[in-house]
Design a protein around this ligand. Sequence first.
Ligand code: PLP
Length: 395
Amino acid sequence: MTEFSRNVAALQPSATIAVASRVKQLIAAGEDVLDLCVGEPDFATPGFIAEAGVQAIRQGHTRYTPAAGLPELRAAIANDLTRISRGNPEVDAHGIVVSTGAKQALFNVCFSLFGPGDRVLIPAPYWTSYPEIVSLARAEPVIVPTSADRSFKVTPDDLERAAEGGVKGVMINSPNNPTGAVYSLEELEAIARWAAERKVWLVSDEIYRRIYFAGPLAAGLLDLPAELRERGVVIDGASKAFAMTGWRLGFSCSSRELADKVNALQSQTTSNASTPSQHAALAAYRAGEEELGEVERMRLAFQSRRDLLLELFAEQLPGVRVTRPEGAFYLWISIDGMRRPDEGSIAFCERLLKEVGVGLIPGAAFGDDDYVRLSFAYSEETLREGVGRLAKVRG
Ligand code: PLP
């Protein structure tokens, strides 16, 4: 057996990608399986963005760019962040580092900030990669549980209790994958204040910020006063907001000092994000009201699917508790009422596949074995069929 280095000895493949791949294999083998796993918008990349990518290739923009990204893209992202933030000082383009997806931005930032001996707080349910990314930096992920009766959100008191013994960072994700929970500006401010007082780094993953149902945009770290975000890092990108998952385009927004280190790290690993993708993203971040209409239509479609799902669950599965998502495109479903005694979320999902042919992601992948995640990045017809099948599951 190969003796792997300590860097990767404990590393597990992404649980969500693993389940989603298995469901796809079953479908390819001709099984009658409805895939409700996928974590990406089912819409095509808006035409004006795709066209900018195509034009970039045609015009020969197929070479390296600076590792941190095209200067004009960093400036466009900074301008966009300034525009959407609530009247705070201008966002500094020097603090933006463009990466190959938000996932790489998260990795870069965690690897640059955290290391051996550092503890990092991760509220659960969490996006599946957070603990692995922190562990890759050889820091220690410290899971902070939340509960349905508190909308799966943490407060400064929860963080303070978990921070006993010292902590270097905390990772927040709002709107949240998998629960759809969204922190209000006040809740975010309380956490940022706690982090600032404690001198703890606050990594705020805002990749779903534009997929919010109570308004055009969920609250973000850049809405807060500058003194509360000296140790704040925003992670965001084009993947979800602009239906660009395959283009692999994300970014971090931080202090210049941290951005310089992230830039150095990226220059020694992958260099710049794909050049045509950067040109496509430039069109996205420079888009005016009219072009953004396409993005708004996607948000509204997710919202009406959310409403449809809540209705269908109330009608067909009245005994099953689901969380009302305020953002992102996932429904977080309690398996109490559907599971067999002692059945965990992984065994439950296996059974769902076999008995009714529905693919969901087990909550265990997100740190909560009592739930499963259903993606609503699917047509209303597929969602109706999916809920119909789930209603046939017996505990
Ligand atoms: N953060 C969260 C919460 C996500 O759900 C995802 C993707 O599913 C990412 C980050 C990664 O995004 P990207 O595809 O841009 O790497």
